[in-house]
Design a protein around this ligand. Structure first.
Ligand code: NDP
Length: 447
């Protein structure tokens, strides 16, 4: 029975039974049994039920935010905003139910129609960094398309998914449509990936585990969507509003203590303004408020575990430009850290998943694009410049799924999110996510 720990206090906050293969099979069987009735629910009623989930999430923001804050160590203000987004995601997919549809295609001798069919039972595997948020990105479109769900949260952070499952029932969605199984990834996750009755896996996690999910899914030709790691670039040109770029850059790395696949953890700065920008960045980083996640003023909490803190520490071995302060006492704290690096250094090549940013100079636009693309990843990124044509040129040249210009924002319920290269494939959020939770059926009728 593994303990669920608050990373800010190191105290056990819950103790849950560990599910195994038998419980996973039982959840899949329940989801399979619930599928025919759920797919038959009229679009209007399905939309109404999903919207009720959204309003129940809104009604329980405070409780859900507290759960998420205590289980992940997130600052309470940020946790509240994340739960707000969860509600928006369910609102969006409630509205999308009857707007994702087939076509009529002109053909000779008859009528040709396409239908969007649900897949059946889908297995949703989510990580510990944004447990409820990422669950909603998958559960929302899966339900909207008429699928039933087995959701596997990360073992470290199962609490918000369990509460969501209760709200789903309270909303009136029938039993068996959404099932949550808590247990180790290599047992529960692996079983879902291999299970013949699971039609698709929506996975968010590390590139390493994503690779093994893709391999195991081959056995049943299972559909997979993979949202994996990142090593995104924040590209600052000399003609940018440097004050604004520097004020925003720390939050693009240190939000969620850097445990963010979209973290702009490589800050690329045009050499002519490098020294000035570095000064501004150090000042802005000094202002990041690190401390008790329950304090409304806190901007950064601890890392998820002591084991993860050891991994993050291994990236800081010299060329440190700035190290912030951390609270004393219990908690898996790690300071905001800025290092000067080249793009060949380990800190610039591998995903740190902690509050460590690498500052890298570049010579000109061509050099910036070359360095930004010189990574196996391609998830997000930012471009800071006052030159609109350059912003568009660079945006088109960067090999990444999500980009912001003069901003570090990454996700919105209505816009597609996902990676290029080894950051994965398939899109979450927006109408695009619905394509990943449905199959196109083509029907021709001779007339
Ligand atoms: P992991 O890949 O270790 O785990 C992700 C999920 O997969 C967890 O639920 C885990 O379960 C489960 N899992 C582990 N092993 C297996 C397996 N063999 N088969 C099936 N499922 C398995 O990632 P982390 O939890 O450490 O999350 C951090 C990673 O997630 C980072 O690399 C980050 O970049 C990425 N991420 C990507 C995002 C994106 O959208 N692209 C967004 C957020 C994070 P358990 O932990 O219970 O063992």
């Amino acid at each position: 029975m593994p303990a669920v720990v608050n990373p800010a206090t190191e105290q056990t906050i819950a103790q849950l039974p560990d599910a195994g293969v038998e419980e996973t099979d039982a959840a899949v069987a329940r989801a399979k049994a619930a599928f025919p009735a759920w797919r038959a629910v009229s679009p209007t009623d399905r939309a109404r039920l999903i919207r009720r989930v959204a309003t129940l999430v809104e009604a329980n923001v405070e409780e859900l935010a507290r759960i998420e804050s205590q289980n992940v160590g997130k600052p309470i203000g940020g946790a509240r905003a994340e739960v707000g987004m969860v509600a928006q995601v369910f609102h969006f997919y409630a509205g999308a139910v009857d707007k994702h549809h087939g076509q009529t295609i002109p053909v000779a001798g008859g009528v040709d129609l396409t239908f969007r069919e649900p897949l059946g039972v889908v297995g949703l595997i989510v990580p510990w960094n944004f447990p409820l948020n990422i669950a909603s990105w998958k559960v929302g479109p899966a339900l909207a398309c008429g699928n039933t769900v087995v959701l596997k949260p990360a073992e470290l952070t199962p609490l918000s998914a369990l509460r969501l499952a209760e709200l789903v029932l309270e909303a009136g969605i029938p039993e068996g449509v959404v099932n949550v199984v808590v247990g180790p990834g290599r047992v529960v996750g692996q079983r879902l990936v291999e299970h013949a009755d699971v039609a698709k896996i929506g996975f968010t996690g590390s590139t390493e585990v994503g690779r093994s999910v893709m391999q195991a899914a081959a056995g049943t030709i299972k559909r997979v969507t993979l949202e994996l790691g990142g090593k995104s670039a924040n590209v600052v040109f000399a003609d940018a509003d440097l004050e604004q770029a520097a004020a925003s850059a720390p939050y693009a790395v240190f939000d969620n203590a850097g445990q963010d696949c979209c973290a702009r953890s490589r800050i690329l700065v045009e050499r002519s303004v490098y020294d000035r920008f570095a000064e501004l960045l150090v000042d802005a980083t000094r202002n990041v408020k690190v401390g008790d996640p329950q304090d409304e003023a806190t901007e950064m909490g601890p890392l998820i575990s002591s084991q993860h803190r050891e991994t993050v520490s291994s990236f800081v071995d010299g060329n440190t430009l700035f190290t912030g302060a951390t609270p004393s006492g219990p908690g898996f704290w790690f300071p905001c850290t800025l290092v000067e690096a080249t793009n060949d250094d380990r800190v610039a090549r591998e995903e740190v998943f902690g509050p460590v940013a690498a500052l890298i100079p570049f010579a000109d636009e061509e050099d910036a694009v070359r360095i930004a693309n010189d990574t196996p990843y391609g998830l997000s990124g930012s471009i800071w410049t006052e030159n609109g044509a350059r912003a568009m040129r660079v945006a088109r040249a960067l090999e990444t799924g999500v980009l912001s210009i003069n901003s570090n924002a990454s996700v919105r319920p209505s816009t597609p999110f996902g990676g290029f290269k080894q950051s994965g494939f398939g899109r979450e959020l927006g109408m695009q996510a619905l394509d990943g939770y449905s199959e196109v059926k083509n029907v021709y009728m001779a007339t």
